[in-house]
Write a protein that binds this ligand. Structure first.
Ligand code: CA
Ligand code: CA
Length: 132
């Protein structure tokens, strides 16, 4: 399960969120959890990732950061600004330590090219917060 890191203001916690995760365990007892399908289930940000045993006892949480597929410029939403970010980086070398080039490779194929803009266009609005 994921529990979002939150902030309380005026005695109300507006960003409180618990997200159950689907998971599988293979023959070597390796557990693989599936991330929420989009930002409506779990908005981008930092979460505590807990594994809970059959008695309901949680392990010590690991901190994880959920990012939004298509959010190339990292502002928390997928919109035309992300396409512009990618367009400005066409041909940018990926995997050489330049974080803006790595972020622009949205489809993860190792190159920053028009396919990355198409990836983002198909996801406009996919990282909006709120209930599913
Ligand atoms: Ca964005
Ligand atoms: Ca790419």
């Amino acid at each position: 399960m994921l529990i979002r890191l939150t902030a309380v203001t005026h005695m109300v916690n507006f960003s409180q969120r618990y997200v159950g995760l689907d998971y599988t365990v293979d023959n070597s007892n390796e557990l693989t959890a599936t991330a929420p399908p989009n930002g409506r289930f779990a908005p981008p940000g930092y979460y505590m990732l807990f594994i809970v045993n059959s008695a309901g006892v949680p392990a010590v949480a690991s901190m994880v950061q959920l990012t939004c597929g298509g959010d190339a410029n990292g502002d928390g939403s997928v919109d035309p600004l992300d396409s512009g970010f990618i367009l400005a980086r066409f041909g940018c070398p990926v995997g050489t330590g330049d974080p803006s080039c790595d972020a622009a490779d949205q489809n993860g194929d190792g190159a920053v090219d028009p396919l990355d803009s198409g990836f983002v266009l198909a996801r406009f609005g996919s990282c909006l917060g709120g209930l599913p």
